[in-house]
Ligand binder design. Structure first.
Ligand code: SF4
Length: 365
């Protein structure tokens, strides 16, 4: 298999997961599951990008009314089934209502291409060696660039390699003397309005480059494209003789059966807990095969009295503000009372929501 240049950052990520799967994909033996969610992801990305461009072109921080117009056009172009419109709208509307569109220096779905020395080259340059397309880059702050990847699916396990590599590429788009000290990497799970972020500094970039070059060196010299079994096997459709390949269900009937089994297992768990708790309350926790079952203390000291806390800090010569967090209860109350948050709160807010896999009551169920 002949590796074609420029290498895309997502190719490096795939190779890192399994060279055999990557080679199979290049040779079109392996195909990413082309299900509903991947088509929806393309649609959602294009709508969000267009929405941001529209708002910026019109000097607006939001324009909720424009969103359905953009979605109508993009949905028609996509050729997707009419019922996908609602799902896409819900995701994009959640995004629009939780993000104010920045008016400063940003890049929306722009491709960055560099040569072998890591120098920026023009999009159609034959010297292009590596390229990447971050969904959104905010250059507005002098001390920090924010690089965002929108995810529209259900899962939320971040693989930081992609965004770290984008940080290295983005640094190349800024003149050496103006490069910021920090790069904020953000996975924005737009379906859930959940954000996972971390910061890498300019000092981390050489480490990121070194790791990237180690993998691309392997890619460029590879002739065997060996299988490296791992978590990617669950989704891989390549013919492969790896023995321990975790089973995943791929069809709806089976998924429904598994969900049903999970609900029953949770009910059974509650039932057994009910039997066990009185015994444990009297005799203490039970250990089986090195696993302790029973009560476990969690949580730390709390200081509910803010005035006492502030006074103690000031007496000790410590700035209390450094220890304080915003109490979101008041903010959420405002949201409940008024239907939506005022713009100035949205502008400074970050999504603190988290995702948990499990069972819950269905809407309207
Ligand atoms: S099944 Fe696993 S090891 Fe085999 S090609 Fe796919 S990802 Fe690689």
């Amino acid at each position: 298999m002949q590796l074609r240049l420029p290498i895309h950052v997502t190719d490096v990520q795939k190779y890192k997961r399994c060279p055999k799967m990557f080679a199979a994909e290049v040779e079109k033996r392996y195909r990413q599951p082309e299900g509903h969610l991947s088509h929806l992801g393309v649609l959602v990305h294009s709508v969000i990008a267009e929405y941001l461009r529209w708002c910026r072109a019109n000097g607006q921080q939001t324009d909720y009314d424009r969103l359905p117009v953009i979605l109508n056009d993009k949905h028609r172009e996509s050729g997707m089934a009419p019922e996908t419109w609602d799902e896409a709208y819900e995701i994009c509307d959640t995004f629009a209502r939780s993000h104010l569109v920045p008016q400063g220096h940003v890049m929306i779905e722009g491709t960055i291409k560099v040569d072998r020395e890591g120098r920026l080259v023009h999009d159609d340059s034959p010297l292009g060696w590596l390229e990447g397309t971050p969904d959104f880059v905010d250059y507005e702050r002098d001390d920090r660039v924010t690089i965002v990847d929108w995810k529209s699916g259900y899962a939320s396990e971040p693989d930081w390699f992609q965004l770290e590599t984008y940080a290295w590429l983005v640094a190349e788009t800024i003149s050496m003397t103006a490069r910021p000290a920090e790069y904020e990497l953000v996975y924005d799970y737009v379906r859930w309005n959940v954000v996972k972020s971390k910061i890498v500094t300019a000092d981390d970039l050489p480490r990121i480059e070194k790791r990237l070059r180690r993998i691309t060196d392997l890619m460029e010299k590879d002739t065997e494209w060996k299988a490296t079994p791992g978590t990617g096997c669950s989704f891989c459709t390549e013919e492969c003789s790896v023995e321990v390949r975790p089973y995943v269900c791929r069809i709806e009937d089976e998924a429904v059966e598994m969900a049903r089994a999970l609900i029953l297992a949770e009910k059974e768990k509650k039932r057994i807990e009910g039997y066990l708790k009185p015994y444990i309350a009297e005799h203490g926790n039970v250990t089986v095969n090195g696993i302790e079952v029973g009560y476990k203390r969690s949580g730390d000291l709390v200081w509910p009295d803010v005035d006492t806390f502030k006074r103690a800090c000031l007496d000790a010569g410590v700035n209390p503000v450094e220890y304080l967090k915003v109490d979101t209860r008041q903010v959420n109350k405002e949201l409940r009372d008024n239907g939506e948050l005022p713009g100035w709160l949205v502008a400074i807010g970050e999504s603190g929501a988290t995702l948990r896999f499990g069972t819950r009551k269905a809407k309207g169920g």
